[in-house]
Design a protein around this ligand. Structure first.
Ligand code: 5AD
Ligand code: SF4
Length: 476
């Protein structure tokens, strides 16, 4: 950790940093960042910061950034530029950059944007309290280490506030797969799994605070291999089965997975663990073996298809979701056709597709790229097919009874919205007391353009896949 001394502020200013202060956290990217933001807000809560919904009037603004998308760093610099007037209006405003762009850019952020007071990587935010002390002394703080200690074990605990019915729980971080296009192994570091007993404790704590559905998170979550309380090493399936014994926890999900880490027990859990929801995000990225090899995915298209067959044999109504990259260096029209063929064979309920873009420092960034117009055209063709499949999956829901966990009021007065077991958003006319309840709903319509009209009773409309991804793959 490094502190960069600044011109010291008078002591009375440092003292003015204590008491109730307003914290605004803006989160980009995946659910893991959502989880990290919550933990950071909790840690800062212990320092007297209360989270607010707007940057205006905040005493501290924290951007929790994502590096997966194109020009991620440039976007953060633009966002920082937009904060300048707020800093000009309030020179005591503290501005911090966290997350994967902070990890990748490090001190460069403070050089390019001197108003940034704090830069903290995804593995060191448990040190925020010490960093805040440096800020109170008028110094800057920068920490992008990959420390030995488990940050989750060292995080100061904030107020145990009541929660909504769903929550994320990070069980594993980092990735050892090194797909040739991906920055995650560099920004998040090597795979680390959290000990199972801590996760079970955290899950029980979430249930006590009103949560009924937990999504287990990890960059490569199905590679989870945490220390079990019995002294052995637990895989993800073991952890899920143990979580499923917790009274009050009704639904378990997990994301994101690599095909090579779907072991027998995890496949079986989709069939025999009632609390594990029938929705699986299992990215394949491409359908051509040549491209998969160039991506360093370490599996073939055929192996992926066989795997899907086995998971579907365990859970026939499973909704599948995936990620695809088109225009990867060296991808020919025939390779792209193989991706379309794979999509046709699998039939996805939801999917996220991206045009390849080079990430500096990754192996693929050195390779010759596909003509951008060609890549655009392929992306459009793939998205047209995926959209058709998504519609078909929604159509198949009409007239079915689904089980909905209600989360919040809908946009229309008197409307409540929740998620089905397949992660479809479902809208009903109903009282706010439905929040946190799980109820059967007979679905009637599903076209997105019609979906948000309430129907009455607990007849509902499905509103497209609610998405399991954030910016690096869609909406929350
Ligand atoms: N270009 C395009 N898409 C990418 N993804 C990751 N890196 C890149 C890149 N360099 C996509 C992958 C991954 C998802 C989170 O983002 O499909 O699964
Ligand atoms: Fe990135 Fe996922 Fe590949 Fe890991 S498995 S390198 S996180 S795309």
């Amino acid at each position: 950790m490094r502190y960069i001394p600044q011109v010291n502020k008078p002591l009375w200013k440092a003292r003015a940093m204590t008491g109730t202060k307003k914290l605004f956290v803006k989160t980009y990217g995946c659910q893991m960042n959502v989880y990290d933001s919550e933990r950071m807000a909790e840690a800062l809560g212990a320092q007297g910061y209360q989270q607010v919904d707007s940057a205006e009037g905040a005493d501290m603004i924290l951007l929790n950034t994502c590096h997966i998308r194109e020009k991620a760093a440039e976007k953060v610099y633009s966002e920082l530029g937009r904060l300048k007037p707020l800093r000009a209006a309030n020179p005591d405003l503290k501005i911090g950059v966290a997350g994967c762009v902070a990890q990748a850019e490090g001190e460069e952020i403070m050089h390019r944007q001197p108003m940034v007071d704090l830069v903290v990587g995804p593995q060191t935010y448990h040190r925020l309290p010490t960093m805040m002390e440096a800020l109170a002394r008028g110094e800057k703080a920068l920490d992008t280490d990959f420390p030995e200690e488990d940050k989750f074990a060292h995080l100061p605990k904030g107020r145990k506030a009541r929660r909504g019915p769903t929550a994320f729980l990070t069980v594993q971080e980092g990735c050892d797969k090194f797909c040739s296009f991906c920055v995650v192994p560099y920004t998040r570091g090597a795979e680390v799994s959290r000990p199972a007993d801590r996760l079970l404790r955290e899950a029980r704590d979430l249930i006590d605070r009103g949560v009924r559905e937990i999504t287990l998170l990890g960059q490569n979550v199905n590679a989870y291999h945490g220390a079990g309380p019995d002294g052995g090493e637990w895989g993800l399936a073991r952890l899920i089965r143990e979580m499923a014994t917790i009274d009050g926890l009704d639904r378990i999900r997990f994301t994101t997975s690599h095909p090579n880490d779907m072991d027998e027990d995890l496949i079986a859990a989709h069939g025999d663990c009632d609390k594990l929801m029938p929705y699986l995000h299992l990215p394949v990225q491409a359908g051509s073996d040549k491209v998969l090899k160039a991506m360093n995915r370490k599996h073939t298209a055929e192996a992926y298809l066989r795997l899907i067959e086995r998971i579907r044999a365990a859970r026939p109504d499973l909704h599948l979701s995936g990620d695809f990259i088109v225009g990867f260096p060296g991808e020919t029209e025939a390779d792209f056709q193989a991706t379309l063929d794979l999509v046709e064979t699998v039939g996805y309920g939801t999917a996220y597709s991206f045009k390849y873009s080079a990430r500096p420092g990754t192996p693929a960034a050195e390779r010759a790229t596909v003509d951008p117009a060609e890549a655009d055209d392929r992306l459009q063709r793939l998205q047209a097919l995926l959209t058709r499949q998504q519609r078909a999956a929604q159509d198949a829901m009409v007239g079915r009874r689904v089980s909905v966990l209600f989360e919040k009021p809908g946009r229309m007065p008197g409307q409540m919205v929740g998620k089905s077991e397949y992660l479809h958003a479902v809208h009903v006319d109903g009282p706010e007391t439905l929040k946190g309840q799980i109820a059967p709903v007979d679905t009637r319509r599903q076209r997105p353009e019609l979906a948000c009209r309430a129907i009455g009773g607990l007849n509902g409309t499905t509103c497209g896949a609610a998405g399991s991804r954030t910016e690096c793959g869609s909406s929350r």
